[in-house]
Design a protein around this ligand. Structure first.
Ligand code: WQD
Length: 330
């Protein structure tokens, strides 16, 4: 099989490329390098620089490399930015997907894996009651970003049904860590890098609210190691290839909640820092608790996460220090 991995020069995409090639699949990266980094693409893996909005270039890449499946990760993914730039997010994430799917169906490529997000659930009511978020939990996205992912799932599923395309929408929970320091996330948009940044500056990390209805008052999330997430893509992609007509929607999480305060304590343990966090007001739109039920993916694909929060923090810190030699253990 040859898989076209859109966004394969990005943080998560590069991990998927690595997992695919390690599993013996051929990979071709398609990335506009707007946030992707060409150096993340391993030697021997072709890189086609282009946007998914450029249907002709996509079609040529599918044809030139005799692509037999697509894993689509190329997208904009910042929730706050999507509130300010909804037109941009709908264009990149929904129109980009539509153009890509048009090329995929025209070329009769049979398998399509779509990178979705727990953001499709918004403020899950199940989570408020302390339950796990299943794939049946109603999807009520709270941001244009989440809307584009939900609309993307609809588009993928409808196209799959109409054109005989095997599809999987993978709903990522809170992705963290790195399989190698050079593959680490370079953005500072999520809890772990944001805490690292504060520790590097020598100032206390921030807790955005400690008056939530959770055991320690801080928000609870389901953190998943990016290497586990990448393995899930390989497993899903192979299932689609083996079973035409498949249509999967799967959470990718560990089914284990970790609070912001617990996370900061673990980060301090790993990095040797001792700065107590400062509590600031709540960040608008943060749900108190979002923890996946990972039962369906275990049942459907026999996939289960291998890594824990300690592995995520340790590997993320190695990547952080590699890029910022001034960052030291406390
Ligand atoms: C986690 C928790 C913060 C920084 C987002 C998207 C989601 C998905 C993953 C793409 C929250 C708290 C954070 C800090 C803090 N993205 N926090 N201090 O918001 O759960 O999910 O990224 O698909 O769609 O919404 O992740 O890492 O931003 O925050 O207290 O300095 O950490 O308030 O409770 P989030 P996050």
């Amino acid at each position: 099989m040859t898989w076209l991995i859109t966004g394969g020069a990005g943080y998560i995409g590069a991990h998927v490329v690595r997992a695919m090639t390690e599993a013996g699949e051929r990979a071709v990266v398609y990335d506009d390098l707007s946030t992707g980094i060409a150096d993340r693409v391993p030697d021997g893996v072709p890189l086609v620089v282009g946007s998914t909005l450029d249907g002709e270039r996509v079609a040529r890449a599918l044809n030139d490399h005799t692509v037999t499946g697509v894993v689509h990760l190329a997208a904009k993914k910042q929730v706050g930015e999507s509130v300010d730039l909804p037109l941009h997010y709908y264009r990149e994430n929904v129109e980009g997907l539509r153009v890509l799917l048009q090329a995929v169906t025209a070329a009769a490529v049979p398998s399509f894996v779509f990178s979705s997000s727990a953001a499709v659930y918004g403020m899950p009511s199940a989570a408020r009651e302390g339950a796990l978020v299943t794939e049946e939990t109603p999807c009520v996205p709270m941001s244009p970003y989440g809307e584009t992912k939900l609309a993307g799932e609809w588009l993928v599923r409808a196209t799959g049904r109409a054109h005989g395309l095997s599809t999987a929408s993978l709903r990522y929970f809170n992705v963290a860590g790195a399989a190698a320091p050079e593959l680490a996330d370079t953005g500072v948009f999520n809890l772990i890098p944001m805490v690292f940044e504060k520790l590097t500056e020598g100032v206390p990390p921030r807790v955005f609210g400690d008056d939530y209805p959770t055991p320690d008052g801080t928000c609870v999330r389901d953190y998943i190691h990016v290497a586990d997430l990448a393995e899930a893509h390989v497993t899903a992609a192979r299932r689609l290839a083996a079973a035409p007509g498949t249509d999967l929607t799967l959470n990718i999480g560990r089914g284990e909640g970790v609070s912001v305060r617990e996370m900061i304590d673990r980060i301090n343990e790993v990095t040797g820092h001792t700065l107590a966090p400062t509590v600031t007001p709540r960040r608008p739109g943060d749900p108190p608790r979002v923890v996946a039920s990972a039962d369906r993916i275990a049942a459907e694909l026999a996939w289960k996460a291998k890594y824990d929060v300690h592995d995520m923090i340790t590997s993320a810190w190695e990547g952080w220090v590699r890029l910022r030699p001034e960052a030291r253990r406390g």
